[in-house]
Design a protein around this ligand. Structure first.
Ligand code: NAD
Length: 309
């Protein structure tokens, strides 16, 4: 398949490139990334060693640019005879969205809209838009989000992602654009920017610095290993039904404080490093994903468990 993968120098996008070249050695990929603070070319450097793939070799091209740039995206699609887009590019950090929402609206909404327009105009076979469980808002102690759960985002980040999900819906219903939306829970794994919970806590603990935990630490997230998420996105690309949204999760609900304590134990560091700090405004209490649709229709199942045996 000839793919335009956006945000391939970010955490999940980079992992997807490794997954792709491992599972589909014949694929041709253009990686379009703006290289914001969260994008790092070094994350894709090992592609050469692991899969013999490097920029400009006919199988892989890195393009530095913005997903909101209509001319650039159109040119890349034309020049490389792209068949499908997988959109990972986003502003992705909730705290940053609270401090400065504007880049989230520009990239996550207008950028996504631009990709939908190009997919429509160029009659692409498929566009996969990678979204998040956060679009559903928050849960009480019971229940799980299904794809039918109404969108009820509570942060500027999740509102921008929900807006893009709705644009995808509109492009499918209005223009018949073959778009598939994926919504996944919290990812962990290699190449994650160290502002997110797990790499942040590991970095602080290793340096014997205080570990800042929001509120009472009882917020619950469902954790999934990034490779499982990548497999889900790839299944949605190849087997998903246009117009559908698919939930993905790891079936591994943990409170934040449990995650932090697990890290401290693994590193042999004392719990006295934990420092409770003022809660994040609008902090969702609990997320949990019902991913039975993806299990049933795509054959998805998470293969990795959160806790190493
Ligand atoms: P990330 O912040 O690590 O990476 C984002 C990448 O997008 C970076 O390489 C950045 O340079 C690039 N980018 C940002 N703006 C761009 C633009 N305008 N044009 C081109 N490139 C741009 O994010 P991530 O954690 O890898 O998340 C990837 C996607 O998955 C996002 O859409 C996010 O909403 C979604 N998601 C993430 C998680 C998670 O746990 N991290 C969970 C569910 C869904």
């Amino acid at each position: 398949m000839r793919l335009l993968v956006t945000g391939g120098c970010g955490f999940i996008g980079a992992n997807y490139l490794y997954y792709l070249f491992e599972t589909d050695p014949d694929c041709v990929v253009v990686n379009l990334d703006k290289l914001t603070y969260a994008g790092n070319l070094l994350s894709v450097t090992p592609l050469e060693e692991r899969h013999g793939v490097k920029h400009g070799d006919g199988r892989y091209v890195f393009a530095h640019g913005d997903i909101a740039d209509a001319e650039l995206v159109t040119r890349l699609v034309e020049e490389h005879r792209i068949e499908a887009i997988v959109n990972f590019a986003a502003e992705s950090h909730v705290d940053r969205s609270i401090n400065d929402p504007t880049p989230f609206m520009t990239t996550n909404i207008l950028g996504a809209q631009n990709l939908l327009q190009v997919a429509r105009a160029m009659k692409l076979e498929r566009i996969v838009h990678v979204s998040t469980d956060e679009v559903y808002g928050t849960l009480g102690p019971d229940g799980k989000f299904t794809e039918a759960t109404p969108l009820a985002p509570n942060s500027p980040y999740s509102a921008s992602k929900a807006a893009a999900d709705l644009l995808c819906r509109a492009w499918f219903h209005t223009y018949n654009t073959p778009v598939v939306v994926t919504r996944c829970s919290n990812n962990y794994g290699p190449f994650q920017f160290p502002e997110k919970l797990i790499p942040l806590m590991i970095t602080k603990a290793k340096a014997d610095q205080p570990l800042p935990v929001y509120g009472d630490g009882q917020n619950v997230r469902d954790w999934i290993y990034v490779r499982d998420h990548c497999r889900g996105v790839d299944l949605a690309l190849r087997k998903g039904t246009p117009g559908e949204a698919y939930n993905f999760g790891g079936n591994a609900e943990k409170t934040n404080i449990d995650v932090v304590k697990t890290i401290l134990t693994a590193l042999g560091k004392p719990e006295s490093l934990i420092t409770y700090v003022q809660d994040r405004p609008g902090h969702d209490r609990r997320y949990a994903m019902d991913y039975s649709l993806a299990e049933r229709t795509l054959g998805f199942t998470p293969e990795y468990t959160f806790t190493a045996p």
